[in-house]
Design a protein around this ligand. Structure first.
Ligand SMILES: [Zn+2]
Length: 139
């Protein structure tokens, strides 16, 4: 019989501000606007390391928070076909270009993929776009 060991999970919250707008969309998010976003980075392990940890919180901070601070925080996250891009470039504004619409879903996936590329065994990233609306991407 298989022995079930259970699972540990650690979660790091990272707050950041971003602007965006959605193309091909009729709601409020079709206009340029901003959000105070909160990211949850979830990491799981069946066994703890020698320190008794799933992952050191400071590793998550190094790999994810620093990147968000430098790449996404206080920037416009825009679709690559957004017609405002040439103007922002010309004015030296800060932005991050995405291949897909910059929805909470796609931003969660972007952060998940970055964390994985940094070697973090992340299982789930949730982006809270407002205190009542979030999107989750799981590996
Ligand atoms: Zn929005």
């Amino acid at each position: 019989m298989r022995h079930h060991c259970g699972m540990f999970r650690v979660t790091k919250h990272i707050d950041f501000c971003y602007g965006h707008r959605l193309l091909n969309y009729e709601g409020k998010c079709r206009h340029l606007h901003g959000h105070n976003g909160r990211v949850e980075v979830h990491i799981e392990a069946e066994k703890l390391d020698v320190r008794g940890m799933v992952q050191d919180f400071s590793d998550i901070k190094e790999a994810v928070k620093n990147w968000i601070d430098e790449t996404l925080d206080h920037r416009m996250l825009l679709h690559k076909d957004d017609p405002i891009l040439p103007l922002l470039k010309q004015r030296g504004e800060l932005f991050y270009v995405m291949d897909e619409n910059p929805t909470a879903e796609n931003i969660a996936k972007l952060i998940f993929n970055h964390a994985r590329a940094e070697g973090l065994p992340v299982v789930e990233v949730r982006l809270w776009e407002t205190p009542t609306s979030s999107a989750t991407y799981r590996g």
